[in-house]
Design a protein around this ligand. Structure first.
Ligand code: ADP
Length: 193
């Protein structure tokens, strides 16, 4: 199994690149943001609780997202790999993911960290807010809060995997295809022949 974490701050292009990677490599795409938005659209109890955090730009509690990922892994027993997008976002989530994968005799293969400057991120998110239905992209205060949450809680996830020499940085500015090429090269360098 090839298990990739696509890592980076909000607005760094994880969603865009995930779609291209899934097409190319055939993994199962697990985006906690998308899973949470589905729960909200279905007006579930979990969705209602998550929405209150998301609207403020805060992270949803670890146990909620860890539970969702556990169910998604169980639901795809024959997957040839998973692409984790927007997860793990805290060290506790990373540790829980490692345990979940170990129980399936697997592990994280690679973490690709997209690097984009902060002002570019804010510009991209505000632009996305003009056309998408995401209310968390329309308010600059909420966007800045998400970037702060990323720095305070999520950046450490890269250090967690760097200890195991699993992190590669990729420039996240440039054309979508250029960035995709860089991601692909890193993946192919780690894929068993
Ligand atoms: P973005 O990375 O562009 O902010 P996402 O769609 O990945 O967007 O996430 C949107 C929101 O959903 C986050 O701001 C957060 O509130 C919540 N969320 C998504 N994934 C997680 C996670 N792994 N842990 C906690 N909260 C999460």
């Amino acid at each position: 199994m090839f298990n990739l974490i696509l890592f980076g701050p909000p607005g760094s292009g994880k969603g865009t690149q995930s779609e291209k990677l899934i097409d190319r490599f055939g993994w199962i795409h697990l985006s906690t943001g998308d899973l949470l938005r589905k729960e909200i659209a279905n007006e579930t109890q979990l969705g209602l609780e998550a929405k209150a955090f998301m609207d403020k730009g805060q992270l949803v509690p670890d146990e909620v997202v860890i539970g969702m990922i556990g169910s998604a892994l169980d639901a795809n027993p024959t997957a040839k790999g998973f692409l984790f997008d927007g997860f793990p976002r805290t060290v506790a989530q990373a540790e829980a993911l490692d345990v979940l994968l170990t129980s399936k005799t697997s592990e994280i293969t690679l973490v690709l960290a997209l690097e984009v400057g902060e002002e570019e991120l804010v510009t991209r998110l505000l632009n996305r807010g003009k056309t998408s239905s995401r209310s968390d992209d329309r308010d600059e205060n909420v966007i800045r809060k998400r970037l702060l949450e990323y720095e305070n809680k999520t950046a450490a996830v890269a250090h967690h995997y760097a200890k195991f020499d699993k992190v590669a940085k990729v420039k996240g500015e440039g054309s979508i295809d250029e960035i995709f090429q860089s991601l692909r090269e890193q993946i192919e360098a780690r894929q068993p022949a």
